[in-house]
Design a protein around this ligand. Sequence first.
Ligand code: SPD
Length: 362
Amino acid sequence: MKYRLTTALIALAAAGAVQAQDNVLHVYNWSDYIAEDTLEKFTAETGIEVTYDVYDSNEVLEAKMLAGSSGYDVVVPTSDFLQRQIAAGVYAELDYDQLPNAANMDADLMAGAAAYDADNAHAVIYMWGTTGIGYNVNAIAERLGEDYEVDSWSLVFDPEISAKLADCGISMLDAPTEILPAAMNYLGLNPNSTDKADFEAGAALLESVRDNVRYFHSSQYISDLANGDTCVAVGWSGDVFQALYRAEEAENGVEIGYVIPKEGALQWFDMLAIPADAPNPDLAHTFINFIMDAQITADITNYVWYANGNAASMPLVDEEITSDPGIFPTEAAKAGLWASVPYDARTDRTVTRLWTRVKTGQ
Ligand code: SPD
């Protein structure tokens, strides 16, 4: 009897442990992409603990998702990657009955995102932005003249211009599906072309400026720009604004600008999605619904400087942000934005091979 009781107690204790584990949500999100108090508020409101890991590349997230059993409940792929991962069966369908705050979302933006995920069946918009150029205003003026207007990809893609900036430090995202199309677009080619010759041309352009680029990395540039350690970053809109804000806070004399080049730029959506094998899909829905609260989304935008897809949050977003054309592009700038398309396996191989060649010279 004693043995049986002990066994029962152990079983009960184990059940308790599983229970505790069950109440932990595992989130995998981009770095520098959430307000400092979002997770704390979520736990206070729901009692659900969160483990939170970060990445800075869609390729890294994709590798984990395709391998399966990631252990994550919520992840944040960009829309073009989302689309092909849905095709690979990576994501669960959302249960909108558990997402009443979906009513807060902007119908037009969600319709845009539905181009990648019919009926928004698997994901809702977290944040959106553009891939443009962040720059140190004074460093550029010193090297290119006080009257030089930063409005073109020529700042980084013209070998003569970028050579003049090499000493103060140019960085580019380590994001082949964004940088190669930007180079192709600068050459007058379709950024969404999947023609091998067009990628070859984009890669050749990048190789012609390779010596002027200090590094390819997708998160380091925030602090480097803010500290004045680099002077140009091909980067994501909100990240550049975070650098701007950090420099202002530090009062270090670094003035930062962000431009959507006149030749056009990539516009993307980052989406909240639930892996098909998520350990806790119900907690995942609770989290996604919490994020879609108008105040919570506004708090995130106010902290990370990215536009969001939540119409109800907009009156709560700082005017400094809603009025900035680098974050909410003007109608004229919008006309030049392109949305990326998911690549097939053959195009993927081309892109990977060329990107390695651009970065390593081999
Ligand atoms: N620091 C957050 C960066 C988020 C960038 N999302 C990636 C967009 C890819 N097109």
